[in-house]
Design a binder for this molecule. Structure first.
Ligand SMILES: [Zn+2]
Length: 269
């Protein structure tokens, strides 16, 4: 699932490709992808609009249009595929026909969503988001305040988009491994030293992943590409039973809040 680094890489790569172009046609081929809006609502909002910019908000991709915006959320398997011709062949959920080609929003599992909103920064999805962890506004003091106010396990706080926007399950696991913290620790019980370590881990893990996502840059023309090979930078996620890369302990897997946590009981305390 694309998290902050992946969506940021998509936004930065897509921006120069589409900025200044007009959405000539917006075809909704699978209406589930635009729910709860109607295909007509999305079409009315998007067609004929000039693309002013592409940005990221949390894990959302935000297309600023002449009037209003498009919000895309990739969820588990959503992806963007670029076609040089007007294209609606194969599985495409929403096809945006631009001057230079067609961009398809594709999600065979149909969890991903595309939505039109009249006021980008006033839309409920965006207003609900917490601080962006790669913005300068995300300081150790701010993280400390978030931790102090949360009685939940620290892993669940990290994944709460209304507190910190953009961290998902994979990078939360990675961050806690780098910070040497047990995901089950209660957030408000971390010491200030641990909180500073956690802040540093969040920023470093996301920056490193973003760099990796941009080199090489996303290739929207190759449907098989979509962030393949990213597991190379992961230290703990998906490694149950394997040796910890730091202390050679065994990586454990547990369930937390309906999601899977991986950690090393040997060095994450
Ligand atoms: Zn370890």
């Amino acid at each position: 699932m694309p998290e902050l680094p992946e969506v940021e890489a998509i936004a930065r790569t897509l921006r120069p490709l589409v900025r200044g172009q007009t959405i000539r046609r917006c075809q909704v081929l699978h209406s589930i992808a635009v729910r709860p809006q109607s295909p007509a609502e999305l079409r009315r909002g998007a067609e004929g609009q000039r693309i002013e910019g592409v940005e990221r908000r949390g894990k959302y991709l935000l297309w600023r249009l002449g009037r209003g915006c498009l919000l895309m959320h990739f969820k588990l398997d959503g992806q963007l595929i670029w076609f040089d011709k007007p294209e609606t062949q194969g599985h495409i959920d929403v096809a945006l026909q631009l001057n230079a080609g067609t961009l398809g929003f594709v999600d065979r599992r149909h969890f991903g969503r595309v939505r039109w909103r009249a006021h980008p920064d006033e839309s409920p999805e965006i207003r609900a988001l917490g601080v962006d962890p790669i913005s300068p506004r995300f300081t150790p003091a701010q993280l400390q305040a978030l931790l102090s106010a949360a009685r939940r396990p620290v892993k669940l706080l990290l994944m709460d988009q209304t507190r910190i926007a953009g961290l998902g399950n994979i990078y939360s696991n990675e961050v806690l491994w780098h910070a040497r913290l047990d995901p089950r620790r209660r957030a408000d019980r971390l010491t200030s030293r641990e909180a500073r370590r956690l802040h540093k881990a969040i920023v470093n893990v996301l920056r490193r992943a973003l760099k990796y996502c941009l080199h090489p840059a996303p290739n929207f023309r190759d449907p098989a590409w979509w962030f393949q090979g990213l597991e190379k930078i992961l230290r703990v996620y998906g490694r149950e039973g394997e040796a910890c890369r730091r202390c050679a302990g065994r990586i454990r897997r547990i369930e937390q809040g309906g999601r899977t946590s991986y950690f090393c009981p040997g060095c994450q305390r």
